[in-house]
Design a protein around this ligand. Sequence first.
Ligand SMILES: [Zn+2]
Ligand SMILES: [Zn+2]
Length: 159
Amino acid sequence: MSEGEHRFPFEAEPAEIGLGTEFVTTVRVDAVIEKRVHQILLRATVRSAATFECDRCLDAFTRDLEASYAILYVTEAHPEETQDGGPEVQVISPDTNMIDLDEDVRQYLVLAIPPKLLCSSGCKGLCPSCGANRNRVACSCRNESDDSRWDALREISGN
Ligand SMILES: [Zn+2]
Ligand SMILES: [Zn+2]
């Protein structure tokens, strides 16, 4: 590979790179490699989609996932290359002519999963009394959370 920037998009099926069955679409990786003397800088954007269970209403929904990351591959570790806010540094053997991206792609996609999984930001969840999915049915239970005080709180928190 010559020095300079090289762009190489590629695709992989989720199972091929060790992702679970919740990942439902082909993983697309858009990678740009910048080759320098004794260093390779990789910048990648990875995309897929996965199916989750909503934390509030327990319905299954599919969420697009995207992550961007940068890794600096070096043939020898120099501490000064590890800067705060800089790319992650990985040491590769000087005679490596292929970098295996699968593990990083897998990890960054898993990290892209939001900690709070909601089918929509306005999900009304399940009724605590009768268990009805309040996105679909309006049950007649009266619950604490239907109190207007909570509506005011919801507006403040933007949920
Ligand atoms: Zn929901
Ligand atoms: Zn109810």
